[in-house]
Design a protein around this ligand. Structure first.
Ligand code: UDX
Length: 485
């Protein structure tokens, strides 16, 4: 990433939603801002900062605020709405106070006052509070442009009567109303929040996701971790609804050095890389369902039998909190017994290193956006078993648009797992599409590529906003009234 001549006064507060996939993505973004010469304050929750062992450096510092939940709260996927609610009602108060103190120029570390906020687009309050204090704010979404466009199209889907689906409706019916996707989008490909809501006008979850998506139009700009070569059409349809849009991804490939310490909330098991070293080229199936997915014991068993039947060695990430109440040790034993010497289980893998490894032949994934981008950059064929939210539409793009893998959504059956894994491992066509996409995406992030150019434009945009922000903060008394409340 090119260094640009940034004013030293440009100081960006980066505020991700405090869950893993959002934090790592926005850390890569912060790494890019640092490389461009800006100051960055990275805002964690207290809970995550304790886990992340973050180390500040001369132009980067980590700070934290309480997320408002009790210490013993599990903060898992089943109760994520509670986390979102607590951020909005409780963390927002601490955030306002912190921002006010950073705005007035905090003495520690010689940092200039904060001049710009880049906040996770799923936390609208973070943009609003910043703007109320006179700090220009941008919305950053860590998911795909295609999912963002689907969320943005919810009113149109309702108007056309595409939502709600009724019990027993055919999920393979095409869906009109998401622009540019009429020829391939089916009901089952819509973000998971569109299912199981009999009264969409009053469905709280749907209202929340539509609310924060549309709200990005109030921010100074929308920043997306995506590449033009992957999502050109969706980006073009989003642009008229936003003040500006920057497609600057895949960020992990823009700043290939690991993001500043403080990324992973789990300890990576590097031993699996040595295990991969001992395997033949493209012989291993890598299985990971991301940081939030939970599965039942029955689903675990179907996956296990399918993987064994496929006949390839496999490396499986089984987070301790992933399979119901089952103990990790029991699951490991089950895998060892069924997979014999061909199976390796880890609680958390160095995923980018794994996907880059010559021994990996395909990726059985939940199609989280970070994982999808990481596989795209490495040209690894995918088998997608989406769990929730954006993953349902991401997997449709993998199977039906980029054709870099297969979409296994809504089925968890050993025979299907075995068949799809074999096809992804053996199909020359899928591999060729995956490698072609990888070449395009790598061009996007190389010097002169579209994402690199967009990142540069974004830095200039932030620097420009920062200059006007510094000039605009006149009401110090108002700001000071929020310090330490
Ligand atoms: C979910 C969404 O699906 C995603 O699109 C959204 O933006 C964030 O929430 P998550 O389950 O975290 O995401 O999946 P994903 O977006 O794929 O992120 C997982 C990250 O964890 C990836 O960067 C992956 O490399 C990393 N990972 C996963 C590891 O480093 N090791 C592992 O063992 C598993």
């Amino acid at each position: 990433m090119d260094m640009v001549a940034a004013t030293p006064a440009a100081h960006v507060l980066v505020f991700p939603c405090p869950v893993h996939g959002h934090i790592t993505c926005m850390l890569h973004f912060a790494t890019g801002l640092l490389a461009a010469g800006l100051h960055v304050t990275f805002l964690h929750s207290d809970h995550n900062l304790r886990r992340a062992a973050a180390a500040s450096s001369p132009r980067l510092r980590y700070v934290s605020i309480p997320d408002g939940l009790p210490v013993e709260h599990p903060r898992d996927v089943g109760r994520i709405v509670e986390l979102m609610e607590s951020l909005k009602t409780k963390a927002s108060v601490a955030y306002r106070s912190l921002l006010a103190s950073l705005l007035l120029g905090d003495a520690t570390g010689g940092f200039p006052p904060v001049t710009c906020v880049v906040a996770d687009g799923i936390m609208s309050f973070a943009v609003d509070v910043a703007e109320e204090l006179g700090i220009p704010a941008l919305a950053f979404r860590t998911d795909s442009a295609c999912s963002f466009l689907a969320y943005l199209s919810l009113p149109r889907l309702l108007e056309l009567g595409e939502l709600p689906f009724k019990d027993g409706d055919d999920l393979d019916e095409p869906v009109r109303g998401v622009p540019g996707m009429e020829s391939f989008l089916r009901r089952r490909d819509l973000p998971s929040q569109c299912r199981d809501c009999s009264d969409p006008d009053n469905d709280p979850l749907l209202q929340i996701v539509y609310g924060f998506t549309a709200h990005s139009g109030n921010a100074r700009a929308l920043v997306l971790n995506t590449a033009a070569s992957m999502e050109r059409a969706a980006l073009a349809h989003i642009a008229p609804h936003m003040r500006d849009v920057f497609a600057i991804g895949p960020l992990h490939a823009m700043s290939p050095t690991a993001p500043a310490a403080g990324g992973s909330l789990w300890r990576e098991d590097d031993g699996c890389l040595a295990w991969l070293d001992g395997q033949a080229d493209r012989s291993v199936v890598y299985v990971s369902l991301g940081s939030l997915t939970v599965i039942s014991l029955e689903q675990f068993t179907e996956f296990l039998h399918g993987l064994v039947a496929a006949g390839y060695p496999f490396l499986w990430v089984l987070r301790p909190d992933m399979v119901g109440a089952s103990q990790s040790a029991t699951l490991r034993e089950a895998v060892a017994a069924a997979g014999k010497s061909k199976a390796r289980v880890v609680e958390w893998a160095p995923q980018r290193g794994v996907l880059r490894h010559r021994a990996v032949g395909c990726f059985l994934t939940h199609a989280g956006w970070n994982s999808t981008l990481e596989a795209a950059v490495e040209g690894v064929p995918m088998v997608c078993w989406p769990f929730f939210t954006d993953q349902q539409i991401n997997s449709r793009f993998v199977g039906g648009v980029w054709r870099t893998g297969l979409d296994m959504k809504d089925v968890c059956d050993a025979a299907v797992v075995a068949r799809m894994v074999r096809e992804a491992m053996e199909s020359g066509q899928i591999r060729a599409s995956a490698q072609a996409l990888a070449r395009e995406v790598r061009r996007d992030v190389a010097d002169g590529g579209s994402s690199t150019a967009e990142f540069k434009r974004l830095v200039e945009f932030i620097v420009e906003l920062s200059t006007t922000a510094v000039a605009a903060i006149k009401d110090e008394e108002y700001v000071a009234s929020y310090v330490n409340i």
